[in-house]
Design a protein around this ligand. Structure first.
Ligand code: 5AD
Ligand code: SF4
Length: 423
């Protein structure tokens, strides 16, 4: 979402006459688009600000913070004199950036806008994409779920969706520019709804656009996965058979405390339904270990669900309290750091074994991949992705970025497949 938002910011600032450089040392203005979903991000950002000033060797540079840290930390950032920030702008205020920057330059003051909107979807801005084969398209913004560990509802505000027509216009335009794959984005993408149209209807409508080859989406919530959506994903050849389905925990008491609105059995039933309609689907997930009050036996329930589902891959996190969230307000972060480390190491190893097993099962199969990157150096390696979003490394050959190729999978590691070109 932040990558997409940065593309929106580029479009807004290009329109206002700004041009861009990837080299921070050449820039008059540097903006950091930040995430605050987990702890530590702000330390990295403070370090980066220091590096940027250092890189400018005394030459003045205007530095601003965008994104979730802006709303999450608000005045703290502006008031922190040692950071010396010039502006702080939250995710719903990017249209005000030209005005804020003008004030910073003309009045030499600080700019600040972290207001959250119930309506802003940037539906009138066409993002400036900077290449690659995938185009991100945010179809909804914000989140109303208030999972008890999560800061997003506080930093990105309430849920709102764009109209189907507006999303289709953007997708048609980017297909016209040569993109063949779109990824529909939302904090809780499958709670998309606009004037009676739900996410399944939106996916179908997008798939009918001429020239589109691959449609992906992220991230759905298990509680918003009706049969109709499973059927569209299973039956529509343009929708990639990869579902990222955050589990978070496999224990019902912890899921309740997390405010996730499903049980382990409910989750497993959903997985079964998905696999019945769409047997080739790759499932990936997010897991949190060491949520407050989680005891060893409850963590074992998460291990059990991971073994039962056999995810293709998983993002695994140690719980960290986030400001304002219900968990941080009401529950003591009482699982020790050592215990969190030992739990995460355990599931890292487990998942690595499962991922390897899943990937090995693909050795010998023929898959269609989309070439994403070609490195002419290093003996010529290319990187592609198959339908289920796995990276396939290939020897560089007579093809280029954006080509669809048929490959035979010849080797597997937990994180990657290796293939050879067939045609
Ligand atoms: N602590 C640890 N992990 C978290 N996530 C979100 N909030 C927290 C937190 N406070 C993880 C969840 C979510 C992913 C994007 O980040 O697993 O799905
Ligand atoms: Fe956070 Fe839960 Fe919303 Fe996802 S669904 S953004 S985890 S509150």
């Amino acid at each position: 979402m932040n990558e997409y938002d940065s593309e929106l910011v580029r479009a807004i600032l290009s329109e206002a006459g700004y041009s861009f450089t990837e080299d921070a040392q050449l820039a008059d203005v540097v903006m950091l688009n930040t995430c605050s979903v987990r702890e530590n991000a702000h330390r990295k950002v403070y370090g980066l600000i220091h590096d940027i000033r250092h890189g400018h060797k005394g030459k003045p540079v205007v530095i601003g913070i965008l994104g979730c840290m802006a709303t999450g930390l608000r005045k703290e950032l502006i008031d922190n004199k040692s950071l010396g920030l010039d502006f702080v702008v939250g995710p719903d205020s990017y249209k005000r950036l030209p005005e804020i920057l003008r004030d910073v330059f003309e009045k030499h003051g600080q700019g600040y806008d972290v207001t959250l909107s119930e309506f802003e979807t940037y539906s009138d801005i066409y993002p400036t994409r900077t290449g690659g084969v995938n185009a991100w398209v945010a179809v909804m913004r914000g989140c109303n779920n208030f999972c008890s560990f999560c800061i997003v509802p506080f930093t990105r505000g309430r849920e709102r969706s764009r109209s189907v027509e507006n999303v289709l216009d953007e997708v048609k335009r980017l297909i016209g520019e040569g993109f063949q794959q779109v990824t529909l984005l939302g904090q809780n993408v499958n709670s998309y709804h606009h004037e009676g149209q739900d996410f399944a209807a939106l996916l179908e409508a997008v798939s009918r656009i001429d020239g589109i080859r691959r449609i992906r989406f992220t991230s759905p919530h298990p509680k918003d996965f009706p049969e109709s959506l499973i059927r569209v994903v299973g039956e529509n050849p343009k929708i990639c058979k990869h579902i990222h389905l955050p589990l978070q925990s496999g224990n019902d008491r912890i899921l309740g405390l997390m405010n996730r609105h499903y049980t382990a059995t409910g989750y497993l039933n959903l997985v079964e339904k998905i696999r019945k309609v769409c047997p080739s689907a790759a499932l990936t997930t997010d897991i949190i270990v060491g949520f407050p009050t989680e005891i060893a036996g409850e963590f074992e329930d998460t291990v059990r669900v991971m073994k039962a589902v056999e995810f293709d891959s998983a993002f695994m996190f140690k719980y960290s309290p986030r400001p304002n969230t219900q968990a941080a307000r009401e529950l003591k972060d009482d699982v020790s750091e050592d215990e969190k480390t030992s739990r995460i190491m355990r599931i890292n190893t487990l998942q690595s074994d499962i991922s390897l097993k899943k990937n090995k099962a693909r050795v010998g199969t023929i898959e269609e991949v989309l070439i994403e990157d070609v490195e002419k150096a290093k003996g010529g390696v290319a990187y592609a992705r198959n339908d289920v979003n796995k990276v396939v490394a290939l020897p560089a050959g007579n093809f280029q970025i954006g080509d669809f190729m048929s490959v035979r999978i010849i080797r597997a590691t937990p994180h990657q497949l290796k293939g050879e070109i067939i045609s």
